[in-house]
Structures are given as structure tokens and as C-alpha cells.
Design a protein around this ligand. Structure first.
Ligand SMILES: C[S@@+](CC[C@H](N)C(=O)[O-])C[C@H]1O[C@@H](n2cnc3c(N)ncnc32)[C@H](O)[C@@H]1O
Length: 277
């Protein structure tokens, strides 16, 4: 018999909405019951739970932490592609890396703060590779890549991309230069992977253990959060930057009304926010 979960009552929807906001900051608007059902359908079937209320009760207790991970994986939007907002990468290569190299010092540290399946941090590493090849080494670049979803982090660590995931944003030239064929797919070359380390991090928590960065990419994730949380995160990012460090947001996101600790810089078709000293 075809298994059909019960319709979602407004009380169930409300308690799930609260759970999601507390767990990962993501705000569900009104009337998104259909989205919730379609994203959680398989998880509920697997866990043999037939109502959203029962599921919310289970994942609110620590006994079901694996189920909780699956629900968060299913509810995050992981859309990404290669060289998204190319202006940011051009700014990195043409302005920011040269500046940081002139300043001198140890490794340059870059944080990809909602890295999804890895395209963003690997692109940063590709830019560093090109810059260093052109300039003859310079300061080493270390990239910390974090996300809340364990599913995309596994994909990112593997660094193997197939079908559409390869096509979206890469030229054939870039495919040859930065990847090696693996079965019918492409794997990121070891010299590109080497700069990147992945770990799980919830942006709603605080992150003093991440240390200080020269550049932070926090793109296309704040859009899912309430304004207060956006403000808190942007402040924490400012605290995590070295003096004069740079922050990138998604091209549809703006820092106005969140903080005045950055000054906006425009160039190469992209916008960066530089920490005021
Ligand atoms: C739309 S993707 C953006 C990926 C990439 N930064 C880009 O711009 O292409 C948003 C990512 O944010 C992650 N995310 C959502 N809530 C989060 C949270 N509270 N902490 C950390 N990452 C989160 C999701 O798992 C998802 O991979």
C-alpha cells in the first residue's frame, strides 16, 4: 500500500519551525508545509514516523541525534556551482592576494563559511594555485571550509564531481587543469585539495576556536536567517578577521543595516567588505 504521511497540522508545523530555527537558524515562512513534506518524505519513511509532530518530538531529544542530522541535511538548501560570482574570485586574485603578499607573514588563512559540496573552497584554492604559479610561490594559502550539513561535507571531502555538477561553471580548460578523470566523473587534483580542510560548524554557534582569518567567504547562507542572527554572525565574522581583512557575501546579500564595521569596495565586477581598522 502506498504510504502517505498525515497532513501537517498548524501546531505541528509551528513546533517544527521552532526546532529548525533553534537548530540551525533557518527561518521557515508561512505556508511552506509542502516544502517540508517533500524534503522530509524519505527521512520519515525510513524512520517509520508518520507525522511531523512525532518526528519533531524525536529529533528534539538527544537519543535520536542521527535522525536529527538527516533532518538538517534535508532541510538545508545546498545549491552551489563553480566560480559563482566570478567578481569575488577576480578580486581575490587581482587585489587581495597581491596585497596580502606585499604585507608578508606566515600562511594566508581563508574561511569558506558555508562551503556546501566544496566548489567554493576548491575554487579559492584554484585561484591561489594560479596566483602562485604566476608569481612564483609567495605566502602559502590555507583554506578552512565549514558547513552544518554532514552530507555535503562528505561530498566535499571526496572532491569527486559528476554530470551537471561538473558542467556548471567550469570550462573544459579548467576541467583539464584542476581535475583528474575518475570513472565517468572528475576528481579535484591533490595539489588543489591539499590547501583545504573541511569540518562541521554551525554558524549559529560562536567560533573562537577557528582562529583569525585574512578573508572570509560567507555567501548565500545569511539569506535563510532572521535579521538578528545575521547581525550576530556578521559581528562574529568581523571579530574573526585580521585587521584590514575581507568579507564576501552573496551577490544578493547586503551588509547595510547589519553592521558599520566594514567599508564596501567595488572592483572586477564584485563587492568586498573590508574590516575598518
Ligand atoms: C546555498 S548554499 C551556499 C554555498 C556556497 N557558499 C555558495 O555561495 O555557492 C548554503 C549552505 O549553507 C549551509 N548552512 C545552512 N545553515 C547553516 C548553519 N546554521 N551553519 C552552517 N552552514 C549552514 C547549508 O548546508 C548549505 O550548504
Amino acid at each position: 500500500m502506498h504510504h502517505r504521511p498525515a497532513a501537517i497540522s498548524s501546531a505541528e508545523y509551528e513546533s517544527f519551525r521552532l526546532f529548525l530555527q533553534e537548530a540551525c537558524g533557518i527561518l521557515l515562512g508561512n505556508g511552506k508545509e509542502y516544502l517540508v513534506s517533500s524534503r522530509l518524505g524519505n527521512v520519515m519513511k525510513e524512520a517509520r514516523v508518520d507525522s511531523l509532530g512525532a518526528l519533531t518530538k524525536m529529533i528534539s531529544s538527544s537519543v535520536h541525534s542521527r535522525l536529527r542530522v538527516k533532518v538538517i541535511d534535508a532541510m538545508t538548501t545546498n545549491e552551489t556551482f563553480w566560480f559563482r560570482d566570478i567578481g569575488h574570485y577576480l578580486l581575490l586574485k587581482e587585489t587581495i592576494l597581491p596585497d596580502l603578499n606585499r604585507q608578508g607573514g606566515g600562511s594566508i588563512r581563508i574561511w569558506s563559511a558555508a562551503c556546501s559540496s566544496g566548489q567554493e573552497p576548491y575554487n579559492i584554492s584554484m585561484i591561489a594555485e594560479e596566483y602562485q604559479a604566476f608569481k612564483g610561490v609567495g605566502r602559502a594559502v590555507q583554506i578552512e571550509a565549514t558547513d552544518i550539513s554532514s552530507k555535503v561535507l562528505d561530498e566535499a571531502r571526496a572532491g569527486v564531481y559528476c554530470g551537471l555538477a561538473v558542467e556548471r561553471g567550469l570550462t573544459h580548460e579548467q576541467q583539464r587543469r584542476f581535475f583528474i578523470p575518475k570513472d565517468n566523473c572528475l576528481e579535484v587534483r591533490p595539489e588543489i585539495k591539499r590547501r583545504v580542510s573541511f569540518k562541521s560548524l554551525n554558524l549559529t554557534s560562536s567560533y573562537p576556536s577557528m582562529g583569525k582569518f585574512d578573508v572570509i567567504f560567507c555567501r548565500n547562507v545569511l539569506i535563510y536567517f532572521a535579521n538578528d542572527l545575521k547581525k550576530t554572525i556578521v559581528e562574529r565574522m568581523a571579530d574573526a578577521l585580521n585587521p584590514g581583512g575581507y568579507l564576501f557575501l552573496g551577490s544578493t546579500e547586503s551588509i547595510n543595516q547589519l553592521t558599520d564595521r566594514f567599508e564596501m569596495r567595488v572592483g572586477h565586477g564584485g563587492i568586498s567588505y573590508r574590516l575598518k581598522s
